[in-house]
Design a protein around this ligand. Structure first.
Ligand code: AHM
Ligand code: MG
Length: 337
């Protein structure tokens, strides 16, 4: 008889015993998991409910919102405020920070999320995901200001994502490695299916949107050119390429079989600082990748060390297997010397 798989609740109770995660953190993670199950259900029923298309509104960054962006955001907002320790919710889809406490205290949680990442994939029935991150306040807050949530990714105490693909995955870390769960349809449960996910040190697969080649900086061009040269080039081996236009799916693939993902700052997006958001995308994915033994950098500095200056700030993102990320970093260093 095969051993029963651990449920998310059983796993969290074990984490509590082994690594001392708080009861409030358990409740919060379960609320996030519930949000993800609801969003997965809405996506699967999207064509029947006619909710795969765009709304008439734009989000704070001037991007057209999909109906499911709005729905997913509402689901996170209404389900993630139960645990008494959540002081604020910070969403990619909302202009301001939503404060849930008048006087947040040391130890309270700030929860950041991109409720539906990669939503341009929705109407072509390809993978999308939700990304989340939790930081603990290091001191009581005297005043409520948006600036109070500008905390470095290195301070994250939990991060993860849910991938809405052929199955729904929930991958998370509370700073003690990375574990992946799969929603068992009909059971209402996420079960542990990918324990202790680890990145290989080396890889022969990269992911970047090559349609932006003409905008890239010299170090990025050099890296990709050398990969494309294959066996006869300086890398002396063939490289494969993937691009799903859904960061959650890319990171999940990299955690599963290795690889490197790049969405660099380039000549066309430099005025915004890059494409991906530091607090909702780069930091949580950087935390997960590091916890799985990989690296995450802007090219010039570790992503988790970037001091945020705005809560919707964008940043250059290069993450994945250590050897490739370090090589790309060395090309940036050579360029600037
Ligand atoms: P979004 O948050 O507006 O969905 O944008 C983020 C997504 C990432 O998931 C993905 O890596 C990237 O945008 C794809 O961009 P592109 O359309 O340039 O391929
Ligand atoms: Mg997004």
């Amino acid at each position: 008889m095969t051993e029963a798989r651990q449920t998310l609740r059983q796993f969290l109770l074990q984490e509590r015993k082994k690594n001392g995660i708080s009861q409030d953190m358990m409740l919060l993670i379960e609320d996030i998991a519930t949000s993800c199950r609801i969003i997965a259900h809405q996506i699967r029923n999207g064509p029947f409910l006619d909710i795969l298309g765009a709304t008439e509104t734009s989000n704070v960054q001037g991007e057209t919102q999909k109906q499911l962006d709005v729905i997913a955001n509402d689901v996170f907002l209404s389900h993630c405020s139960n645990c008494g320790r959540v002081a604020a919710l910070v969403s990619e889809e909302i202009d301001d920070v939503i404060w849930l406490k008048d006087a947040p205290e040391k130890g309270d949680y700030l929860v950041y999320f991109d409720p539906l990442d990669g939503s341009s994939n929705l109407n072509v029935n390809l993978s999308v995901g939700s990304i989340f991150s939790v930081v603990e306040l290091e001191e009581d807050l005297a005043t409520l200001s948006n600036d109070a949530v500008l905390i470095k990714g290195a301070k994250q105490v939990c991060a993860g994502y849910s991938l809405y693909g052929p199955s729904t995955s929930l991958v998370l870390s509370t700073g003690n490695g990375v574990n992946g769960f799969t929603h068992k349809i009909g059971s209402g449960e996420f079960l542990l299916t990918f324990a202790d996910m680890k990145l290989p040190e080396e890889t022969e697969e990269f992911a970047i949107n090559t349609s932006r080649y003409r905008h890239w900086t010299p170090p990025i061009r050099r890296y990709v050119d050398e990969c494309l040269d294959g066996e006869t080039g300086v890398r002396k081996k063939p490289f494969n390429m993937r691009w799903t236009a859904s960061m959650v799916a890319e990171v999940h693939r990299i955690l599963t079989r290795g690889g490197v993902f790049l969405y660099p700052k380039d000549a066309a997006n430099a005025h915004m600082g890059g494409k991906l958001r530091l607090l909702y995308e780069a930091n949580p994915m950087g935390f997960i990748v590091e916890q799985a033994g990989g690296c995450a950098t802007t090219g010039k500095e570790r992503i988790l060390d970037v001091q945020p200056t705005g809560h919707h700030q964008r940043v250059s993102v290069i993450l994945g297997c250590k050897s490739e990320v370090e090589l790309i970093e060395s090309y940036h260093k050579e360029e600037s010397t």
